[in-house]
Design a protein around this ligand. Structure first.
Ligand SMILES: [Zn+2]
Ligand SMILES: [Zn+2]
Ligand SMILES: [Zn+2]
Ligand SMILES: [Zn+2]
Length: 118
C-alpha cells in the first residue's frame, strides 16, 4: 500500500495582531497625518511578515512533499510531522518577536511625537 500524500496538518498560528490605537478624534490634522504614517508603516511591516510567513509555509510544505516521495512508516511520518510542526512553531516565534519589535518601534515613534508636541 502506498502512503497517501495528505494535505499537511501544520498548525496555523495567527500572528498577533496588535493594532495601534485608532487616532483619537483630533482637530489636529498633523496628528492625524502622523497616525496615518505610522499605520502605513505598520501595514507594510505586516505585509513583510506575512510574506515571510507564506514563504515559511511553502518551505515546510515542500519539505513535507519531498519527504513523502520516500516510503515511510506511520511512525516515521509522525516524527516528520512533529519536526515540521516544531520548525513551524519556531518560525512563528521569530515572526512574532519581529512583529513585537516593530510595534515597539512604532509606539516609541508615536510617543516621541506626543512628548515633543505637548
Ligand atoms: Zn504559519
Ligand atoms: Zn502589527
Ligand atoms: Zn505527511
Ligand atoms: Zn497619536
Amino acid at each position: 500500500m502506498q502512503t497517501q500524500l495528505k494535505k499537511t496538518t501544520l498548525i496555523v498560528l495567527p500572528l498577533a495582531g496588535l493594532l495601534l490605537t485608532a487616532p483619537v478624534a483630533s482637530a489636529h490634522d498633523e496628528h492625524r497625518a502622523v497616525h496615518e504614517d505610522l499605520n502605513t508603516e505598520h501595514q507594510a511591516t505586516h505585509e513583510d511578515l506575512n510574506a515571510a510567513h507564506d514563504e515559511t509555509h511553502q518551505d515546510l510544505n515542500a519539505a513535507h512533499r519531498a519527504a513523502h516521495t520516500q516510503p515511510m512508516t506511520r511512525r516515521q511520518h509522525r516524527r516528520l510531522h512533529r519536526q515540521l510542526n516544531k520548525a513551524h512553531r519556531v518560525e512563528h516565534q521569530a515572526l512574532n518577536a519581529e512583529h513585537g519589535a516593530a510595534h515597539q518601534d512604532l509606539n516609541a515613534e508615536h510617543k516621541d511625537y506626543h512628548d515633543f508636541n505637548q
